[in-house]
Design a protein around this ligand. Structure first.
Ligand code: FMN
Length: 212
């Protein structure tokens, strides 16, 4: 099993050219939605939302906002990982309400941790909270990349886009969101030259330090 996972991770690559005629099924998209929602986040606060764009006109209009990268036009779906614009006290309380509802945990057991989060988020600078939220988006990206690899779905992680223009075009401010990362998903084109290239990585011996 372990070696199968490594083979799948070697199979995946940042897809440069998607086959526009091949579409992912609803089941495949559901797996990606579930994987996104199951992503681990700091404190479990999930300060993220994900847009799933399949509309061809919208995908085409994303090209100039994405450094002219055509993956957003040709992929089956474009996932946009967004962060919340703010973490309000109500947002934090909402999380603890869910814990009570789902786990039947008595509120008094959670109270001190809830108070701690309310206090610590209340004291943080907005920029620090935004950075913290963006980091959670990267965890979701990593999770989705691995799930895509396991499911035989091609993907291209993308920072190469203009977040402010995405926010405007996709009406994200009205949703209280900001775009952080883009992930076109679908199937590689047969003539994507990048699919056969060897992986370029530092050696495991170089990047792993064992302390015995
Ligand atoms: C956060 C992040 C942003 C990236 N942005 C882009 C991008 O905008 N366009 C692109 O073609 N590749 C992008 N890449 C792909 C990387 O260049 C690629 O993952 C890396 O070269 C390793 O190659 P591999 O993923 O094919 O193994 C990005 C990767 C990551 C993780």
């Amino acid at each position: 099993m372990a070696s199968q996972i490594i083979e799948k991770l070697k199979w995946r690559y940042a897809c440069k050219k998607f086959d526009p005629s091949k579409k992912l099924s609803e089941e495949q998209i559901q797996i990606l939605k579930d994987a996104f929602n199951l992503t681990a986040t700091s404190y479990g606060l999930q300060p993220l939302k994900m847009l799933v764009i399949s509309n061809q006109e919208i995908k085409e209009q994303l090209v100039p906002l994405s450094m002219d990268q055509l993956q957003v036009r040709d992929a089956s779906h474009v996932l946009v990982i967004c962060r919340e614009n703010t973490i309000s006290p109500d947002y934090i309380k909402g999380h603890f309400n869910r814990v009570v509802d789902i786990r039947n945990t008595p509120r008094e057991i959670l109270e001190s941790f809830e108070d701690h989060l309310l206090e610590s988020f209340g004291a943080k600078e907005t920029a620090d909270v935004s950075l913290w939220m963006a980091k959670q988006a990267y965890i979701a990206l990593g999770n989705l990349l691995t799930v895509c690899a396991l499911e035989g779905i091609d993907a291209c992680p993308m920072e190469g886009f203009e977040p402010l223009k995405y926010n405007d075009f996709l009406g994200l401010a009205e949703k209280g969101l900001s775009s952080v990362l883009v992930l076109p998903v679908g199937y590689r084109a047969e003539d994507d030259l990048f699919s056969d290239l060897k992986k370029v990585r530092r050696g495991v011996e170089e990047v792993v330090i064992e302390m015995n």
